[in-house]
Design a protein around this ligand. Structure first.
Ligand SMILES: Cc1cc2nc3c(=O)[nH]c(=O)nc-3n(C[C@H](O)[C@H](O)[C@H](O)COP(=O)(O)O)c2cc1C
Length: 330
């Protein structure tokens, strides 16, 4: 595999610089082209959208919609761009992404570095419509009205997004996850639903949650999301836990942990959510997928669709093609 040769060079770089290099490589078309991406055996209709296969690239990989078509060409059945904030913002000071190679994990505290609604919208509007492209919405750090930030995102992206994701689970914007709590959540979802009603097209909306909620909070959230007539949930974002991380130096970094150690807790939570919501919501299972086996386990736990990001850093750009081919074989 060519990635066996490339990986040491990328891993010699700061993780964020390596990511920038990967995005540049994708922009120049240096990508493997798997064959099985759109086999009829993997097609599924979820939230009224027809997905060529159930594996998507998770938010954070292409925050600013720079490589949507290249990501689809890697074999992904859908791409979720973002998180996008209304106004452009730089995010937290660098360094802000840390690898734990031994654990197949990452800690990031990017803090919604974003080109902002206008630039990301223009990029999406310019491309020939093709494939399923979700837009993940965030809020500005210095926003006076975060509810308005999300509602504004719904209004702005309804005509270019296949679906929208409301990300209130990033651990890296102070106070953001308070929106997951009861009163705040009801108010937020009402504003989001109202913005959708006003838009020309009824775009499906999913809510992305943290894996760090206790059972009561989780049940309350699920019911609020169903009651607000949302279409689905993404389970889950990164965790503030450091369980499963062997590198104490990396564990001491603030931020959200993704990758292999997140697989078990996020999959257990996904199964709980499926039990609570039954067939009332579509579920996107995200967290720690790094192989055909983990992809299958996530689906078996109740996911209609799955996403990955960190696994590709360790396994390389052939991972999506390999997983899709593996799902097809089973
Ligand atoms: C570097 C990095 C940046 C991320 N940025 C975002 C983001 O902007 N919005 C979001 O909803 N999730 C973001 N995520 C979380 C991922 O979408 C995903 O939920 C999480 O990483 C778990 O999946 P994984 O273990 O396959 O990476 C980010 C993850 C990483 C590693």
């Amino acid at each position: 595999m060519i990635y066996d040769i490339v990986r040491p060079f990328l891993f010699a770089l700061d993780p964020e610089t390596a990511h920038r290099a990967a995005i540049s490589a994708l922009q120049t078309g240096l990508v493997p082209r798997p064959a099985a991406a759109a086999d009829a055996g993997l097609r599924r209709t979820v939230m009224g959208l027809e997905f060529p296969n159930p594996l998507g690239v998770a938010a954070g990989f292409d925050k600013n919609a720079e490589v949507v078509d290249a990501a689809l060409a890697l074999g992904f059945g859908f791409v979720e761009v973002g998180s996008v904030t209304p106004r452009p913002q730089p995010g937290n000071p660098k360094p802000r992404v840390f690898r734990s190679v031994a654990d197949g994990a990452l800690i990031n505290r990017l803090g919604f570095n974003s080109d902002g609604h206008d630039v990301v919208y223009a990029r999406l509007a310019k491309r020939a419509p093709h494939g399923i492209v979700g837009v993940n919405l965030g809020a500005n750090k210095d926003s006076a009205d975060r509810v308005a930030d999300y509602a504004g995102g719904v209004t702005r992206f309804s005509d270019v997004a296949s679906y929208l994701a409301i990300n209130i689970s990033s651990p890296n914007t102070p106070g953001l996850r308070d929106l997951q709590e009861k009163d705040g959540l009801a108010r937020l979802l009402a504003a989001v639903a109202e913005a959708r009603e006003r838009a020309a097209r009824r775009v499906p909306i999913v809510v992305k949650i943290a894996p760090d909620l206790d059972d009561d909070a989780l049940a309350a959230m699920c019911e609020a999301i169903v009651a607000a007539r949302m279409d689905g949930m993404i389970v889950s974002n990164t965790t503030v836990s450091r369980a499963g991380l062997s590198d104490a130096r990396i564990a001491a970094e603030a931020g959200g942990m993704s990758g292999r150690p997140l697989f078990a807790p996020s999959t257990a939570m996904l199964a709980k959510v499926r039990t609570i919501v039954g067939s009332r919501l579509a579920l996107i299972g995200t967290g720690g997928i790094h192989s055909v086996a983990t992809a299958r386990e996530k689906l078996a736990a109740g996911a209609d669709l799955i996403q990955l990001y960190t696994g590709m850093i360790y396994e390389g750009p052939e991972l999506p093609g390999r997983i899709v081919a593996g799902l097809l074989r089973h």
